[in-house]
Design a protein around this ligand. Structure first.
Ligand SMILES: [Zn+2]
Length: 133
């Protein structure tokens, strides 16, 4: 009987802890999260480990790669990360890299789309189709 009471007590304490502990450790707010990401990115940039191809550097590579090589990949004709592909097609790529965008993205989505990609890049960045690699 005494052992049964002890077990019930332990179960009740466990339930209490499970419900109270999350309240004592509230989730990180958005501002803290973004500030932390920005600081982490800055640290990687200062170490030369973050070389993105966007106007506003991507976040995908922080989470997946702990460093960004999207710019180097572009120069090699390889596709950048998915976030960079999307942002480039929206017109948010680094304008100094414009001529590399279409062929690098075609490496991922298929060479049969290269001409269409060049048209999109031409429209978004005002660079002629035949100036693109
Ligand atoms: Zn990227």
């Amino acid at each position: 009987m005494e052992q049964k009471t002890l077990w019930i007590g332990l179960v009740l304490i466990s339930i209490l802890l499970v419900s109270v502990v999350p309240m004592m450790m509230p989730g990180m707010d958005r501002e803290t999260y973004v500030d932390g990401m920005d600081q982490f990115r800055q640290d990687l940039m200062s170490q030369g480990k973050f070389r993105c191809c966007l106007e506003e550097p991507c976040s995908y590579c922080l989470k997946k790669e702990e460093g960004c090589e999207c710019m180097d990949k572009l120069f090699d004709g390889k596709h950048p990360c998915g976030e960079c592909i999307g942002e480039i097609l929206e017109g948010h790529g680094n304008r100094f890299l414009t001529k590399y965008f279409a062929s690098a993205i075609a490496e991922k989505v298929g060479e049969q789309h290269l001409d269409d990609l060049k048209l999109i890049i031409s429209e978004k960045y005002g660079v002629a189709v035949d100036e693109q690699v």
